[in-house]
Design a protein around this ligand. Structure first.
Ligand code: UDP
Length: 138
């Protein structure tokens, strides 16, 4: 069993797509073992995306991630990291495969509806960034 970290990003929450995206996650065999709605502050978004701080899209990305509420989740399952990356599809919706969350719901390369950890180490850091142990279930 493996865990990964997921965000349903502000563009999707604004369009009331949380339930549909969660159904896709659960349909892929992943279990939600932690979940909450939050509105990120600028410094929380900057911290979360610190790895991208030198990229030209950073300022716009941070502003967008703070623009409305998100749903943050901890997901569990076999190969959860890769399974959820596959379900999300490519960062740019134009390159995302049919049947993926981003192909279905992303608006553009920035407002792409979901985040998923890119590896097990990143997943552990990202889960701990948003959840304490009491907020995660078996
Ligand atoms: N992003 C963007 N412009 C780009 C590349 C990425 O606005 O040219 C945003 C997009 O929201 C993406 C996030 O930055 O999901 C993080 O980028 P990353 O390359 O880590 O993609 P991901 O792992 O989310 O597919």
């Amino acid at each position: 069993m493996e865990r990964t970290f997921s965000i349903i990003k502000p563009d999707a929450v604004a369009r009331n797509l949380q339930g549909e995206i969660m159904a896709m996650i659960q349909g892929a065999g992943l279990r939600i073992v932690g979940m909450k709605m939050i509105q990120l502050t600028k410094s929380q978004a900057e911290g979360f995306y610190a790895v991208h701080s030198e990229r030209p899209f950073f300022g716009s990305l941070v502003e967008y991630m703070c623009s409305g509420p998100c749903v943050v989740m901890c997901l569990e399952g076999e190969n959860a990291v890769q399974k959820y990356r596959d379900l999300m599809g490519a960062t740019n919706k134009d390159n995302a495969a049919e049947g993926t969350i981003r192909k279905k719901y992303a608006l553009d390369i920035e407002k792409n509806s979901c985040h998923g950890s890119d590896g097990q180490d990143t997943a552990a850091v990202e889960i701990a960034y948003f959840f304490n142990a009491l907020e995660l279930v078996g």
